[in-house]
Write a protein that binds this ligand. Structure first.
Ligand code: THU
Length: 133
């Protein structure tokens, strides 16, 4: 694994660990995510699929929705892990932007970070609440 600070390593380790929790019997594409909250805690998520495919949820949204349900509102950084180092889908980019604003995102494979980016870079020119007014 590339050298990183301890917080970042903990986040990445949690995201990789969360891939083992994935419920992905259809795609067999296991995704793990971990979000660090302002208070310092790291909340994990995994993808959870359903036989009615569109009802499935991605790992990134599981992590964020779990964190929100636990009372956290401010997010510091996120790691996402897959076997291939795949990037977050468009729906997750939209949700990450809305709930987290511009934060560092570490996209990982099972060995660590393959792409260190930001939610702003992943979703340029976003649609957001102010557009509704
Ligand atoms: N998936 C995620 O969990 N996150 C993404 O950003 C991309 C896609 C999941 C959804 C589905 O369970 C599987 O990966 C294949 O699309």
């Amino acid at each position: 694994m590339v050298q990183h600070n301890e917080t970042m390593n903990n986040l990445i380790t949690k995201a990789i660990h969360m891939t083992k929790k994935a419920h992905a019997p259809y795609s067999k594409y296991n995704v793990g995510a971990a979000v660090k909250v302002d208070e310092g805690e790291i909340i994990g998520g995994c993808n959870i699929e359903n036989a009615s495919y569109p009802l499935s949820i991605c790992a990134e949204r599981t992590a964020l929705f779990r964190a929100i349900a636990q009372g956290y509102k401010n997010f510091v950084s996120m790691a996402i892990a897959t076997e291939t180092g795949g990037t977050p889908c468009g729906s997750c980019r939209q949700v990450i932007w809305e709930l987290c604003g511009d934060i560092p995102i570490y996209i990982c494979d099972m060995n660590g970070v393959v792409n260190e980016t930001t939610s702003g870079m992943l979703l340029p020119d976003p649609f957001e609440a102010k557009d509704l007014k």
